[in-house]
Write a protein that binds this ligand. Structure first.
Ligand code: CP
Length: 319
């Protein structure tokens, strides 16, 4: 694997390898001394044209804990704000001698386009409404860990509801692809106005009735309502949305006991998810955040050949 652009590019074997590797990295994350010399001398640039808290900081930690040099370049505060183009920006950064570029951009397909311009490994950290593959990997990691602890099983045969603003969600697209690869069934739940055109051809079930779906699922992933991508206003109104599609306190009670609740963040508390659901004992939201570092360590280790410098046996030994 040279780049990570889409969750759909990962086979079952490749996905399982990354999730298993992330388990090893998670053990490192739990140690007092987290540094591994796997990517010594390598340079990773986080190039973010859209805002981020979780993805950018976890890629930064992941690179640093693997001993890579990591720098962050954001649109705000860079020459992008003076009008420099995407091509000139990535060519400029790449000219400094970069091994990997982690890119978040508002245009779907931007990370793929960058692969045509530079030799560095390209990791998609979210492109428009298209994909967010490392989010899907960390969601799968979190749920797999939950199910293994709960009943010893994996994701295969589970039913996962993905609920909310599917139209604008790159998280939903990547999760559909990866969950299906892992053998899970997916049901998308959204108002008709927030269900994307062409969804009928996706390998999922579709519902507009959250109350009908919730009691039968093994996990529920709530999506953020992306108001910043709804320039013409949005329908339903926030109040109607919460009534029809919010994971409210009363809906929480209709889930089977212990059903895990995920949200990629940032959460709109009181809109798509209530405080009771976000903070429930069955909420995995903070486990997802923690998994983000381990999964991104695994992806960087694999793409940048970390095993050449530090074989996995030495990672396990704690170096
Ligand atoms: N889930 C996610 O991508 O969060 P950030 O926008 O904070 O990176």
């Amino acid at each position: 694997m040279r780049h990570l652009l889409s969750a759909g590019d990962l086979s079952l074997t490749e996905t399982t390898e990354i999730l298993d590797l992330a388990e090893e990295m998670s053990a490192v994350q739990d140690r007092p001394l987290k540094k591994l010399p796997a990517l010594r001398g390598r340079t990773v640039v986080n190039l973010f044209f859209e805002d981020s808290t979780r993805t950018r900081s976890s890629f930064e930690l992941a690179g640093k804990w693997l001993s890579a040099d990591v720098i962050n370049v954001s649109a705000k505060g860079s020459s992008v704000s003076k009008g420099e183009s995407l091509r000139d920006t990535v060519m400029t950064v790449a000219a400094m001698g970069v091994d990997a570029l982690v890119i978040r951009h508002g245009a779907s397909g931007a990370p793929w386009q960058v692969t045509q311009w530079v030799d560095a490994h390209i990791l998609n950290a979210g492109d428009g409404t298209h994909e967010h593959p490392t989010q899907a990997l960390l969601d799968a990691f979190t749920l797999r860990r939950h199910f293994r602890a709960h009943d010893g099983g994996d994701l295969s045969g589970r039913t996962v509801a993905i609920v909310g603003d599917v139209t604008h969600s790159r998280v939903a697209r990547s999760n559909v692809l990866l969950l299906r690869t892992l053998g899970a069934e997916v049901v998308l739940v959204a108002p008709p106005t927030l269900m994307p055109a062409g969804v009928a051809s996706w390998p999922v079930a579709i519902s507009h009735d959250l109350d009908d779906v919730l009691p039968g699922v093994d996990a529920v992933m709530m999506l953020r309502v992306q108001r910043e991508r709804m320039s013409g206003g949005y329908f339903p109104t926030p109040r109607e949305y919460t009534i029809g599609y919010g994971l409210t306190r009363s809906r929480l009670a209709t889930l089977r006991p212990g059903t895990p609740i995920c949200h990629p963040g940032p959460m709109n508390r009181g809109l798509e998810i209530s405080a009771e659901a976000a903070d429930a004992a069955s909420s995995l939201v903070l486990q997802q955040v923690a998994a983000g570092v381990a999964v991104r360590m695994a992806v960087l280790y694999q793409l940048l050949g970390g095993a050449d410098e530090l074989p996995l046996t030495r990672v396990r030994e704690g170096v």
